[in-house]
Design a protein around this ligand. Structure first.
Ligand SMILES: Cc1cc2nc3c(=O)[nH]c(=O)nc-3n(C[C@H](O)[C@H](O)[C@H](O)COP(=O)(O)OP(=O)(O)OC[C@H]3O[C@@H](n4cnc5c(N)ncnc54)[C@H](O)[C@@H]3O)c2cc1C
Length: 479
């Protein structure tokens, strides 16, 4: 206080309030105490519907995902996260961690719990050209990182869509256009900073808390709230070759066969990343869309793809020489809007298996208007690493199939989508391995982590013995 007079005035006013209310002015509710400690914000289900709905918005608007948290905390840093964990524990609230909110299964929200969001404020990115590393906070979207690295001529392995969050994408595997050349995101993480269930702030790497480092690379949010990643950078070409080539379904057999020959050729360039989609213009009119991306000299890319793409006469060829960032924006446009209902299932195909081309065509032909079949070419560097090198173990598949129902509007069309996906999964079962790409699906822990599960359960027991972090493919602590 500047002088004794000021002190007396303040004491009198406090005593006055105290006497009037019959309550201590320092006795705050636990929630008010949390708010007082935070640099970030809290939005509760008692706030205006507009503010609350905006704060809890996630990418998948499927009404079967119950997105009704009691509150959302937008954290600004490590201490906000520590205080929020302490509050959620004391209040007995389930805690869901959220970055981009792109979980296809709604794993970043809950019913009546607390959503801890890093995506609003924790988006700092710093690149170090000397060591060729990028450090970024656990609330960054893929494009936040790309926008800071690509202009300097660098990139790291992140997803194929700029709007997806890195928090879920990297901790769950991370497949992108660079994966065939450099591996999954988890294979390029050098250091992770996180807050564990008891509020401890830790750094982990190959040399420090290496058990936790191993577990966090595939174990999603089971081990803590990841506040920052450090990842390896590599040179990103200034120009790339890519785009869509559309074919009539009558040519699907020829195109899929050409794709298979291209993808399974041992000399298939690792710069080439290929996705096949079914496109439904109307229930009667469907197209097969080949999305190509060559992250190297564009002329080499054109040549590498020429035989495959020329196997049949296309309806439309939209490929061009472009930049990596512009290429990603193209995918972003398709998936930009949050809140559209969708339903997803993913299956890894068995290793060294030929594509069941006839069955794939039947599945596409049977799809409802909202149904999309996606076939992605994995392989390359992903396959060279041991399944136990990180917690993410699915490394032996050349292809991943994903079934999606996107944009259904009512229960009837949702049921039709689900029926199509159930029947398609059964039909393609003989060609599938039983595993799935973890970022697209959320099966049981046994199928998801397989032989890595016992070690993951030991590490869970060490860092989260009470299984506080449950909004994920949950790993139970070892008994
Ligand atoms: C349009 C679209 C495109 C996609 N493209 C790709 C792709 O190209 N490649 C690919 O691999 N995947 C892709 N995915 C899947 C995506 O990787 C997963 O949905 C991923 O979970 C999204 O991460 P997020 O941070 O946005 O998710 P959120 O919904 O925020 O979180 C998902 C899970 O991760 C946990 N989590 C999030 N942030 C943190 C954190 N900081 N610390 C600890 N745990 C955290 C959450 O608790 C939750 O369990 C795509 C998804 C969509 C919707």
């Amino acid at each position: 206080f500047a002088c004794d007079k000021c002190r007396t005035a303040w004491e009198n006013s406090v005593m006055h309030d105290f006497e009037d209310s019959g309550d201590s002015p320092l006795e705050l509710s636990p929630l008010d105490e949390l708010k007082a400690k935070l640099r970030g914000d809290v939005v509760c289900d008692t706030d205006s519907a507009e503010v609350y709905n905006d704060a809890k918005l996630i990418w998948n608007g499927d009404w079967e995902i119950v997105n009704a948290p009691k509150m959302v905390v937008h954290a600004r840093g490590v201490t906000d996260i520590q205080n929020t964990i302490a509050y959620a524990k004391a209040a007995g609230l389930e805690l869901a961690v959220r970055c981009g909110g792109h979980s296809l299964k709604g794993l970043s929200t809950n019913d009546g719990g607390l959503v801890l969001d890093l995506g609003k404020y924790m988006k700092a990115v710093r690149i170090d050209n000397k060591t060729e590393r990028v450090w970024f906070q656990g609330g960054c979207l893929v494009k936040d990182v790309d926008m800071e690295t690509v202009p300097f001529g660098y990139a790291t392995v992140l997803g194929a869509v700029g709007n997806a969050g890195t928090g879920g994408l990297v901790s769950g595997g991370g497949y992108g256009y660079f994966s065939r050349k450099y591996g999954l995101s988890v294979d390029n993480v050098l250091e992770i900073e996180l807050v564990t269930a008891d509020g401890t702030y830790l750094t982990c790497s190959e040399n420090e808390n290496s058990d936790l480092f191993w577990a966090c690379r595939g174990g999603q949010s089971n081990f803590g709230v990841i506040t920052a990643f450090t990842m390896q950078l590599f040179r990103c070409p200034t120009e790339i070759y890519g785009g869509l080539v559309l074919y009539d379904m009558d040519d699907a057999e020829i195109v899929l066969d050409a794709f298979q020959q291209f993808a399974l050729d041992p000399d298939c360039p690792r710069e080439a990343s290929t996705h096949i989609y079914s496109l439904t213009l109307s229930e009667e009119q469907k197209l097969l869309s080949v999305q190509v991306c060559y992250l190297g000299d564009p002329e080499e890319g054109k040549q590498a793809y020429a035989k495959f793409l020329g196997a049949a006469t296309c309806v439309d060829d939209q490929t061009k020489v472009t930049t990596y960032q512009q290429y990603q924006v193209f995918s972003d446009e398709v998936y930009r809007i949050k809140g559209i209902p969708s339903y997803w299932r993913s299956r890894n195909m068995k290793p060294n298996i030929k594509l069941p081309i006839r069955d794939l065509i039947d599945v596409i032909n049977a799809s409802p208007a909202e149904g999309i079949l996606v076939l992605e070419h994995f392989g390359g560097r992903i396959m060279e690493l041991e399944p136990s090198s990180t917690a993410y173990r699915h490394r032996d598949q050349d292809f991943v199939i994903t079934f999606t129902g996107f944009g259904f509007q009512n229960g009837e069309s949702r049921d039709a989508v689900k029926k199509w996906i159930d029947e398609s999964t059964d039909k393609l079962l003989p060609a599938c391995s039983g595993g799935s790409y973890l970022n697209y699906d959320s099966g049981a822990a046994e199928a998801s982590f397989g032989e890595n599960l016992p070690r993951l359960r030991q590490i869970k027991k060490k860092y989260d013995p009470e299984n506080f972090f449950t909004c994920n493919i949950n790993i139970l602590p070892e008994e």
